[in-house]
Ligand binder design. Structure first.
Ligand code: 5AD
Ligand code: SF4
Length: 436
């Protein structure tokens, strides 16, 4: 048996891809290891979204190359979005790298690994004709986690001016509903009770199947027919694809959880236009209004970028205003990072100091909102899907419908159980409660 170690960076889609890479290597006699030192093959599944994320890869490679001194047969591969964007450059910058594989061609990993074990180097960053999903093993790994990701859509046609995704992941492609349902059933058969549907633009999901057009809401409804599947989530979405049928599903589909990640990036129309977001701040407010009418307890999460080229103090205040109006329970915020090849790459950047100050102010506001909404949960009853032991002895941790981490003490709680829990306290990033 040979051993493969995979380190995952970036988004949930990479988490999903890493699992599929491991299962793709199984027929070639590889099993997963959690130790780099034991590995015969190390794969870094990388993220290119911001400069920092990409630079991390080169530092990690600089450390990993020394493992080859103790284990000359060790092979090192780079997968994911940095591989896609900088394939040749990686090979030149770090001679210890044996293979580079892009996110659309990792079904070819086994043959690439064969090539590199024969002493050659291998690079594949094509967008192949064949669909990788048709060439990956169907038999997914046995799972011990009750939650799973399932990629239903990849790529993006939106071309926001700051974003590398349309270049690293390509145009929008939606998998066939039949294959998705088959994969969901197989996950549920292995004990999964919650599935998060993934896509860079998941709510743009659209696939014609047997003469019918499947939208994301239709897919959600179909999946909700799988009786042992208890919970469905999806991420990440674009406001312009938040169609009425999907909003209605938040009202009508019991298995669809009341949590939505809907990035807005900025609250200023001026900046949104420069970002090529194709919506205004008020369009976003209106969508949120409709969603909250459909599902009043919906917990909202967002992504924000500060310091986009041309962002003035007034623009930044518009973003703070929008955040105050909406109230987010969860958020991800970033300083703008110029990415090569994107339309905004050559624009004049605003100073790092201003970016830093704006990010600090924005994050203080978002943190206050998160804490306030978390505190509001005290005394309320939520349904927790338990996943794993908590930090303290006898404790289990799981997620509420609203994706809050919830700690509960109890010997009889098993991973995969869903229990009603009364919330007692709110800590920095989690809640604690007891089973009633
Ligand atoms: N700079 C900073 N943040 C970015 N994001 C995407 N591209 C950039 C960039 N160039 C953020 C956006 C997106 C999230 C996944 O990452 O907020 O929604
Ligand atoms: Fe990037 Fe915009 Fe597409 Fe999201 S919608 S992946 S931010 S281009």
């Amino acid at each position: 048996m040979k051993k493969v170690f995979v380190k995952t960076y970036g988004c949930q889609m990479n988490v999903y891809d890493s699992e599929r890479m491991i299962s793709a290597m199984e027929p070639s006699g590889y099993v997963e290891t959690k130790s780099k030192e034991e590995a015969d093959l190390i794969l870094l599944n990388t993220c290119h979204i911001r400069e920092k994320a990409a630079e991390k890869i080169y530092s990690e490679l600089g450390r990993l190359k020394f493992l080859k001194e103790d284990n000359p047969d060790l092979k090192i591969g780079v997968a994911g979005c940095v591989a896609q964007a900088e394939g040749e450059e990686i090979m030149i910058r770090q001679p210890a790298v044996d293979l580079v594989v892009g996110p659309q061609s990792y079904h070819r990993l086994p043959s690439m690994v064969k090539t590199v074990t024969n002493g050659k180097r291998a690079l594949d960053t094509e967008f192949p004709e064949e669909n990788k999903f048709d060439h990956l093993p169907k038999d997914l790994k046995r799972r011990n986690n009750p939650t799973a990701f399932l990629t239903v859509q990849e790529g993006c046609d939106k071309f926001c001016a700051f974003c590398v995704v349309p270049y690293t992941r390509g145009v929008e492609v939606s998998r066939s509903p039949e294959k998705i349902i088959e994969e969901a059933r197989s996950l549920v058969d292995r004990g999964v009770v919650e599935i998060t549907l993934l896509g860079q633009n998941v709510n743009a999901y659209s696939n014609k199947h047997s003469g019918e057009n499947y939208t994301l809401s239709k897919l959600i409804w179909k999946l909700s027919d799988i009786s042992n599947l208890q919970r469905i989530r999806f991420t990440t979405s674009h406001p312009n694809d938040m169609s009425q049928d999907l909003i209605d599903a938040h009202r009508d589909c019991e298995k669809l959880m009341p949590y939505l990640h809907l990035p807005v990036q900025s609250g200023s129309d001026h900046v949104l236009k420069k970002m090529n977001r194709k919506h205004t701040a008020d369009d976003y407010r209106r969508i949120i209004d409709k969603l909250r009418k459909a599902r009043p307890d919906l917990l909202l999460s967002g992504d924000f970028i500060v310091g986009f080229p041309g962002e003035t103090d007034e623009d930044f205040l518009d973003t703070l205003r929008l955040i105050k109006d909406i109230e987010y329970g969860q958020s991800y915020s970033f300083k703008y990072s110029s990415r090569p090849g994107t339309p905004a790459a050559n624009r004049e950047e605003i100073s790092e100091i201003v970016k830093k100050e704006r990010l600090a102010e924005l994050q203080t506001l978002l943190k206050e909102q998160q804490v306030r909404l978390q505190k509001k949960m005290i005394g309320r009853e939520v349904n927790v899907l338990f996943e794993k032991p908590g930090r303290l002895a006898g404790q289990m941790v799981g997620k509420s419908e609203y994706l809050h981490a919830v700690h509960v003490t109890g010997d009889r709680i098993r991973s995969g159980d869903i229990n009603k829990v009364r919330i007692i306290t709110s800590e920095t990033n989690s809640l604690s409660g007891r089973i009633e």
